[in-house]
Design a protein around this ligand. Structure first.
Ligand code: NAD
Ligand code: ZN
Ligand code: ZN
Length: 346
């Protein structure tokens, strides 16, 4: 089968031919319908050889939707042809976090070498994808695969970050979304569907600010040194109860710290590597700063339920598997509106 692989440090990913996966006992093989292109892959491919976390070559893609193509021995509850979404952050399935469905925070995954598809294991940018356990699959019944595949990460990650801050997003509150890209443009819609908060988007691109307004942001400002003042002015000087930073570089975390309100939350979701200093005098009183990772299995089910109500409409640009390297290039250049989605059989 064809697969998009990152093969050598610093090189562009390329489409190659690899053996078709065969399901072992308990495993499932999916025929991949759609695979989402996440900026985290670009961050990963930008890392130096020293300390590179995964073996190469690596088939990319940690957002996947497909149909069941083959079932390993002992798999029940699924039938060939069933359309499913892949819950990506695999855990051991048995520890206290996994028992709660929080496989993203599995206590034993690192020790056992369990990795998500596309982030250490062969991923979804291929014609077929091997799934370790049927519990990683969520039926998508009726949902469009292309619009749904980004929800497995670009939807689930902001959903999780928003859900933990819901008590602060009361009527009259303000939420700031920094970076209206794949994750950010879904975050804006989730905030509008799940909270009465006023939503303010910040981005460096005029196109993304337009997209932010289109998908429901009440206000959208350029992400520059004047952004914090604009948010302060809009909130009568009080600032924003919750700030979601989907970039995480020095200028954006500086803005996040400058706009957050007393007792507010800052969620650093972007992997830009910058940190927020916490301490007396550094931030308004009792601000919480977190760096959340992906989301739980039950949260994925909830995101799909929201999509089923029509609350989220993901903007997508589609590419064939042969065009997938171009999708990464364009994402790197900031030229994808919403999420790029690769169709391995398209
Ligand atoms: P994306 O490229 O689709 O979106 C990024 C957006 O940020 C773009 O619209 C871009 O114009 C904007 N941007 C760039 N610099 C900016 C700045 N200085 N101020 C404001 N906006 C700026 O990327 P994505 O796939 O949505 O991923 C966003 C980030 O989230 C990445 O860092 C990714 O690695 C990370 N991520 C984290 C998790 C997690 O679990 N924590 C999960 C998925 C992705
Ligand atoms: Zn991702
Ligand atoms: Zn576990």
């Amino acid at each position: 089968m064809k697969a998009l692989q990152y093969r050598a440090i610093g090189a562009a990913p390329e489409v190659v031919t690899v053996p078709d996966p065969e399901p072992g006992p308990g495993q499932v093989v999916l025929k991949v319908t759609a695979a989402g292109v996440c900026h985290s892959d670009i961050g990963m491919m930008g890392r130096p050889a020293e300390g590179f976390p995964y073996p190469l070559p690596l088939t990319l893609g940690h957002e996947g939707v497909g149909t069941v193509a083959a079932l390993g021995a002992g798999v029940t509850g699924l039938a060939e042809g069933d359309p499913v979404a892949v819950y990506g952050p695999w855990g051991c399935g048995g520890c206290a976090k996994c028992a709660e469905g929080k496989e993203n925070y599995c206590l034993r995954a690192a020790a056992l070498g369990i990795r998500p598809p596309g982030l250490g294991r062969p991923g979804s940018m291929a014609e077929y994808l091997l799934i370790d356990s049927a519990r990683h699959l969520v039926p998508i019944d009726g949902l469009d695969p292309v619009a749904t595949v980004p929800l497995t990460d670009a939807g689930l990650t902001p959903y999780h970050a928003i859900k933990r801050s819901l008590p602060k997003l009361v009527p009259g509150s303000t939420a700031v979304v920094i970076g209206a890209g794949g994750l950010g443009h879904v975050a804006i819609q989730l905030l509008r569907a799940m909270t009465p908060a006023r939503v303010v988007a910040l981005d460096v691109s005029e196109d993304k600010l337009r997209l932010a307004r289109e998908v429901g942001a009440h206000a959208a400002f350029p992400s520059d040194e004047r952004a914090a003042a604009a948010v302060r002015e809009l909130t009568g000087g009080l600032g924003a109860e919750v700030v979601f930073d989907f970039v995480g570089v020095k200028p954006t975390v500086r803005t996040a710290a400058a706009v957050v309100a007393v007792e507010g939350d800052i969620a650093l979701v972007g992997l830009g590597g910058a940190a927020v200093a916490v301490g007396f005098g550094r931030l308004p009183f009792e601000v919480s700063v977190t760096a959340p990772y992906w989301g739980s299995r039950s949260e994925l089910t909830e995101v799909l339920a929201l999509a089923r109500c029509g609350a989220v409409s993901v903007h997508t640009e589609t590419f064939t598997l042969d065009e997938a390297p171009v999708a990464y290039e364009r994402l790197h250049q900031g030229r994808i509106k919403g999420r790029a989605v690769v169709l391995p059989h398209g």
